[in-house]
Design a protein. Structure first.
Lengths: 247, 648
């Protein structure tokens, strides 16, 4: 298969970026999208040009490192997969593919397709944990948890922290990311103890870091590679509201 | 000068050793902990749990990772589960049984005391993770669920769907975030350690490169902990993440830390087969699939050929014409034999010509029986995400046709030598998790890597490091303005400049792929004296080519992924040779190390306990010089070493 690639190139955070056009040829349909990028980069290196910087690591859809807006979609046109899990058979032979970094005020570009997602770490540092000390805990079976609750907690915990939700949202809101963590802990008795404090602290940090507000368009859920449901946003809102009412 | 190795194994009964040791080692008072600095390199299960626990104790911790966030570490990709000796299933499990299975699974090449301690603290890990909010799978009664893994006849594996590593890492990362928020841990993402600094024979800091700006930084501390995982990517194609590397461990080795059993590599039996030359990595299909999946190849060669040609589908092959070779050869454990055994059995069938894809390097993992017995819905609940991933990659629906699988490089049991305190041969330098060599012998059992990472980080290192730091309570802050730091930084800069100055014609990947092929063909699943000698010569030649013909673009003072890769490959080119040398020395077969010259009549690994019941610890002697080996004899006090038997 052959493709024309329009890729955003930007030297660093301070420089202005622009699209560059490249061609890749003889790509097998079983090649993954990122392997196609590897091939492009190897060609660029042999031509003495700097390769396209992009984030990636596990290539199994779990580390959350890969990003990329592909043809206008976070993680490309396939549903419920990360960029690394997409294969070239999903694209039409001979087509042009446009590749951009996450576009979000809270995720500044570092180089080319690489952005700084440190804001997500900061939100979790504000309260995305249960304050237990190492070795100061009861037996694992001391508190029975209904299977349905544990399952729902796990649904939310599947979030890989890739940033697609905020990058997709027209308001640049990180609500789905925040909701996934808050909801996952809120469904468990262990997490309830600090529930009110957590919801308030994480939402306040999200606002402080320049993420926008949620207007319930649902775009985040549609683009989330792990199909995290916006029902978790509803739970976050409930948690947040209940916490505020206690103030 | 050979090492004087002291494993510091405590005396006494097996079950009392850890308690006795904890009672005997020194502790540091809270007031003094505040004055002590610790550097942790790596943020996987080992590094994150260690840094969080050390920060909580009151030490000042700096933590470094190469990714943009600690949460990306490759522990996150572990699928199947984590072992613990809870005996929640009432199937007669116990700390001793977990210990025994692990030491037997490792083919009797691990230290008894370390493995027992691992089994002993395994239960605490589950409690800790539950309290952190890890959503483990549960039964309808609300209690924790278990499943089975290879090498065990009990059900002791705890799991969170097919994402156990992710959930455990998010737990440790949350604990880390709590400490970062409290100010006890400072996080340095997108930083790579390029050297460890030694002063007066003790570790006192690291040189790190800021991967965004290219800045070379100095960081001092009273102790340094290496938690950077394994070096499976020396093979280029492996199940490791793309950036996983052996470089931090290798810098320690260069600076004098002993490197133990480098040839012990785990080849995982159930990975998606290689599909072509453009592939960048191999994808694992969790071992948990062997709970319900059955592995087979056709009995008749005509069926093999028909499947390869596409004239028959695997589902067309009648039951009677299928060779469930693991069930045939190992009736007691069946499809749940340990990984090394399952991998070799797949190789044996493929070598005999029964491989089921066009390359002849694949076998089937079939869920037909399980779907008939349990229904599609149950299988979907258990393995849905893995089935989806398989279909995404191969375009084959595994509910209808069996998966094709083949062994691939997955984990390295070898690593930096450590004593019972997890300290390397360099005082003040520690190694935990996959980065050390200590607990898995010659083969790791499934669901034990997560267990070891968290055992080391939460429950072992936070105690044992105090024994060393207690001697440092009078020591001032470590100054980075010393000749030792000057020299280390100069060395790092010279290394980088040298690579840019080569201006050759081959990219990092071009050379890395060639190294990978040399390793896979000669230092892979089966090794011989000839193949290993050949590998050493070929790697040396490739290394010369690297220094003469590498093409590196860009500059140091920027975000430059090619430079990162080049530095890591430079280390792999030496590490690969070290692995081959170790494999050449070990003239026996054990666990994942299979020397074709040493096998039983049935083709099983044949150990030579009279000669090789030891850990081989290698000392660096310079890039083109042979390293020197020192032996740590593994004396077994409690377990009788036997030929591993998974048949009855």
């Amino acid at each position: 298969m052959n493709f024309t690639l329009k890729i955003w190139r930007q030297k660093d955070a301070k420089s202005q970026g622009a699209f560059e056009t490249y061609k890749v040829e003889n790509i097998s349909a079983d090649t993954s999208f990122l392997e196609m990028m590897d091939i492009l980069n190897n060609n660029l290196i042999h031509a003495g040009q700097e390769p396209v910087a992009f984030d990636h690591d596990c290539r199994e859809g779990i580390c959350g490192m890969c990003s990329m807006h592909i043809n206008g979609h976070a993680h490309g046109p396939s549903q419920a997969v990360t960029t690394c899990q997409m294969y070239m058979r999903k694209f039409k032979d001979g087509s042009t593919i446009t590749i951009e970094p996450w576009r979000s005020a809270a995720f500044p570009v570092i180089r080319d397709l690489v952005v700084d997602r440190g804001a997500y770490d900061k939100i979790l540092q504000a309260g995305g944990f249960i304050s237990v000390r190492t070795n100061s805990v009861p037996d694992g079976n001391a508190i029975p948890i209904p299977k349905a609750d544990a399952d729902e907690s796990m649904d939310a915990a599947a979030c890989v922290g890739c940033g697609a939700c905020a990058a997709t949202c027209k308001n640049g809101s990180a609500m789905l990311f925040v909701a996934a963590r808050v909801s996952s802990l809120a469904k468990l008795p262990q997490g309830k103890v600090e529930g009110a404090r957590r919801a308030k602290a994480m939402v306040a940090k999200m606002d402080e870091l320049g993420f926008g507000n949620c207007t319930n368009t649902g775009a985040c859920q549609a683009q989330c590679p792990k199909s995290i449901s916006i029902a978790h946003i509803a739970r976050l809102n409930r948690e947040f509201l209940a916490a505020k009412l206690q103030d | 000068m050979a090492y004087k190795l002291d494993a510091k194994t405590p005396a006494g009964e097996l079950a009392q050793k850890w308690s006795n040791h904890k009672a005997a080692i020194k502790v540091v008072s809270p007031a003094n902990k505040r004055k002590l600095d610790i550097i942790v390199v790596g943020t996987g299960l080992g590094g994150a749990s260690a840094a969080a626990s050390l920060g909580e104790l009151g030490y000042n911790v700096k933590i470094f990772c190469i990714s943009d966030s600690p949460r990306r570490a490759h522990s996150i990709a572990a699928q199947g589960g984590i072992n613990a000796a809870k005996n929640y299933q009432n199937d007669n499990d116990s700390v001793y049984r977990l210990f025994y299975d692990t030491i037997k699974g490792g083919d009797y090449r691990a230290r008894e005391a370390n493995v027992y301690r691992l089994a002993e603290v395994s239960n605490l890990i589950i409690d800790q993770c539950v309290a952190q909010g890890v959503p483990f799978a549960r039964e309808y009664g609300g209690l924790l669920a278990n499943r089975s893994f290879g090498g065990a006849q009990v059900s002791r594996t705890f799991y969170a769907r097919g994402q156990t590593g992710q959930q455990l890492l998010l737990g440790a990362y949350a604990a880390l975030n709590k400490e970062i928020a409290a100010g006890s841990v400072k996080s340095y993402p997108r930083h790579e350690m390029l050297d460890v600094v030694i002063e007066n024979g003790e570790a006192c800091g690291i040189i790190a490169r800021n991967l965004v700006t290219g800045e070379i930084e100095r960081h001092g501390a009273h102790a340094v902990v290496i938690a950077t995982g394994g070096y499976g990517n020396v093979f280029f194609l492996s199940t490791n993440a793309m950036a996983s590397n052996g470089s931090a461990a290798f810098q320690c080795y260069r600076k004098g830390a002993g490197f133990a059993n480098p040839c012990f590599t785990q080849i995982h039996p159930t990975c998606i087969p290689v599909h072509g030359t453009q592939q960048s990595k191999l994808t694992l299909m969790s071992e948990s699939l062997r709970n319900d999946g059955r592995i087979w190849v056709p009995k008749k060669m005509e069926d093999v050929e028909a499947i390869r040609k596409g004239t028959k589908k695997p589902s067309d092959i009648a039951e009677a014409d299928r060779d469930y070779y693991l069930e045939r050869r190992y009736p007691a454990f069946g499809n749940l034999v340990p990984r090394d055994v399952a991998s070799r059995a797949a190789k044996e069938r493929c070598d005999a010509g029964y491989g089921v894809n066009e390359t002849g390097l694949a076998v089937f993992l079939d869920f037909k029986t399980a779907i008939e017995r349990l229904g599609k819905e149950t299988i979907k609940q258990r393995y849905g995400n893995l089935f989806d991933m398989y279909e995404e990659i191969t375009d084959v629906n595994p509910y209808e046709q069996p998966m094709q699988i083949f062994p691939a490089v997955h984990y390295t049991m070898g690593g930096i030598w450590v004593d019972y305190n997890l300290m390397t041969t360099i005082p003040g330098l520690y190694a935990i998790g996959e980065a050390n060599f200590s607990d898995h012998g010659a083969n790791r059992l499934g669901a034990s890597a997560l267990m070891q990472g968290l055992a080391d980080g939460y429950f072992v290192l936070p105690y044992t490091i105090g024994d060393y730091l207690a001697k440092k309570i009078q020591a001032p802050k470590v100054s980075t303005d010393t000749p030792a730091f000057d020299e280390a930084e100069k060395g790092v800069r010279a290394r980088i400049e040298r690579l840019f100055a080569i201006k050759g014609n081959q990219s990092v990947d071009d050379i890395h792929k060639r190294l990978g092929l040399i390793m896979w063909d000669n230092v892979g699943m089966a090794r011989t004296k000839e193949s290993l000698e050949k590998a050493i010569v070929e790697i040396q030649a490739l290394r010369k080519e690297f220094y003469a013909d590498l093409k590196l673009v860009g500059c140091n003072e920027s975000f430059n992924v090619e430079l990162e890769k080049a530095l890591r490959l430079e280390d792999f080119l030496e590490l690969g040779e070290l692995m081959a040398r170790d494999a050449l020395n070990r003239e026996e077969s054990c666990g994942g190390h299979f020397r074709s010259e040493h096998q039983t009549e049935d083709g099983e690994a044949l150990r030579h306990d009279d000669k090789f019941a030891y850990a081989a610890v290698w000392e660096y002697k310079g890039i083109d010089n042979a390293p020197e080996m020192t032996i740590e004899q593994l004396d077994y006090e409690f377990v009788h070493r036997a030929q591993r038997n998974y048949k009855d």
